[in-house]
Write a protein that binds this ligand. Structure first.
Ligand code: FA5
Length: 344
């Protein structure tokens, strides 16, 4: 090929290579192959050459023309069919992408939500109460005076030097006549008193909430855990109503047949008192304390025990979660271990 054609070829190839987009190819085509294009000019000038040379260069120029045409339209097509250019680095488009990990609710939050739903569908109202309580509500009003041995059952976390600003004046004047020492509530039962002080029967409520105990931890005991209190009071509420409500709850909560049993028990604020246990992995796990509301509790809230009666229960929410998810150790819920939490 003549050096002139050679030069032209390289120049055109360079331009095609550096061309930024499909649109710029039209300009290149005109520049080289158009009527006044550089290659066309060479072809036109052939007529002045001697026959042999004209034949040789003519052939080469025609081949080059075809080559440049193919080059330009090939590259043009490539760029116009896809605007996306793959990076030339080690980019493997066949590799699966990274999974985005999404957050979700803690298993105890899920259980709490489920328990609320079941009870509200049975016409129970949901109420909540303070985690810092007075000795009066946590103990005295529940028929557990200072010298009562049953106080030892609730190993209590006392609050030192309580700041009186956190109580409003009405509360302070009331506390002058009550045992006002502050503590972290050891159970949700104080809400029985708070609710009955301000409402008249008949009613049925649940009180989900966090409770605290100063005790050694093990696979089924934490120092901070959750309870759901239940209280139903009316003119003719009986233990049979309790049995129906609890069994209906179990049926819906577990969605399967679970083995459970009632055992007689003692709590100063109920009479008679009982405990409910559910079987987990061949062992019985206590899930709630319950009973018929003691008349001394009704006295404390100025209800007439001759006119009303009711049942109360306190369930361990963490224990329900252990049973539902087959978790062998309560402490896993509070471990903060994502390998555990992510399984729910
Ligand atoms: C009570 O706290 C009573 N207030 C329950 C009650 C309410 C009885 C109304 C009668 C009428 P108890 O200490 O047994 O009772 O606790 C109730 C439930 O909380 C237990 O059955 C258990 O499921 C759960 N629980 C108790 N202690 C712990 C703990 N340290 N860690 C986790 N769950 C616990």
């Amino acid at each position: 090929m003549s050096s002139e054609l050679e030069k032209l070829k390289r120049k055109c190839e360079e331009e095609v290579k550096n061309s930024p987009n499909a649109e710029s190819f039209n300009g290149i085509r005109i520049k080289y192959l158009g009527r006044k294009g550089e290659l066309t000019k060479i072809l036109r000038s052939l007529k002045d050459l001697p026959f042999e040379e004209r034949k040789k260069i003519g052939q080469q120029a025609n081949i080059l023309k075809k080559e440049l045409e193919d080059l330009i339209s090939g590259k043009e097509k490539e760029l116009s069919t896809s605007n996306f250019q793959f990076p030339t680095s080690n980019f493997d488009i066949t590799k699966p992408g990274k999974k985005i990990s999404r957050g979700h609710f803690h298993p105890l939050t899920k259980i709490d939500e489920e328990v609320r739903q079941i009870f509200t569908s049975m016409n129970f109202s949901v109420v909540e109460g303070p985690e810092a309580e007075t000795e009066f509500y946590n103990f005295d009003a529940l028929n557990i005076p200072s010298n009562h041995p049953a106080r030892d059952v609730w190993d209590t976390l006392w609050i030192k030097n309580p700041k009186s600003e956190i109580l409003n004046p009405k509360q302070i004047s009331k506390l002058k006549f009550q045992n006002s020492k502050l503590l972290l509530r050891a159970h949700t039962s104080p809400m029985q008193i708070r609710y009955m002080e301000n409402h008249n029967p008949p009613f049925q409520i649940i009180v989900p909430g966090r409770v605290f105990r100063y005790e050694a931890t093990d696979a089924s005991h934490e120092i901070n855990f959750y309870q759901v209190e239940g209280l139903m009071v009316g003119p003719a509420v009986t233990l049979a109503n309790f049995k129906f409500v609890v069994e209906e709850f179990f049926q819906r909560f577990f969605g399967r047949q679970v083995e459970f049993r009632y055992k007689p028990s003692y709590f100063p604020f109920v009479e008679p008192g009982l405990e409910v246990e559910v079987k987990l992995g061949g062992k019985w796990l206590e899930v709630m304390g319950a009973g018929m509301v003691h008349r001394k509790v009704f006295d404390a809230v100025r209800y007439n025990p001759g006119q009303v009666q009711g049942f109360a229960f306190g369930m361990g929410l963490d224990r329900l979660a252990m049973l539902k998810y087959n978790v062998p150790d309560i402490r896993l819920f509070y471990s903060g271990d994502l390998r555990f939490i992510k399984q729910f």
